[in-house]
Write a protein that binds this ligand. Sequence first.
Ligand code: HEC
Length: 144
Amino acid sequence: MLFILAICISFGFSSINLFVSNNSTVYNQPGDDPAAELYPKGAKIYAEKCVACHMVTGLGIPGAFPPLKGSDYLFADKKRAVEQVLNGSQEEMKVNGANYILPMPFQVDTHKDAVAVINYVLNAWGNKGGSIKVEEVSDIKIVR
Ligand code: HEC
């Protein structure tokens, strides 16, 4: 129930986010981020799956969905991020000093898709998070 509510809230906020900008790098139109050209498949997956919670801006929703833009947690372990989109995440985590407790459901079904979307978020919104290869994550088991 809380989960459904959170999704509804995030949709509400996402439309507001489209019209909000500040002086840091904010890309408000799908496709205007250079990372979308470098990682087109990842950008497409992001727009289909992740945007509902992590927002067009990658800033998430404070207190509910953590940011991917400038995320210390994301940058700390790329392989963990790939595993998370493949298998979801149920642990409490601290991202840029704030705690998040909502679970994230799994998002993609193949290692290739997981790597594509993580490489996109590692470089979107001005992120300089590097990249990861499918060979580096092939030992991750898919748990459903
Ligand atoms: C239904 C909402 C939802 C969707 C959709 C979603 N996430 Fe998440 N995401 C979360 C939540 C909630 C957490 C915190 C999970 C936890 O505490 O275990 C999280 C955490 C993360 C994290 C680690 C924390 C951080 O901010 O660095 C990454 C990376 C991430 N998500 C990437 C993605 C990607 C990529 C997609 C799309 C393929 C995606 N998420 C789709 C809700 C979502």
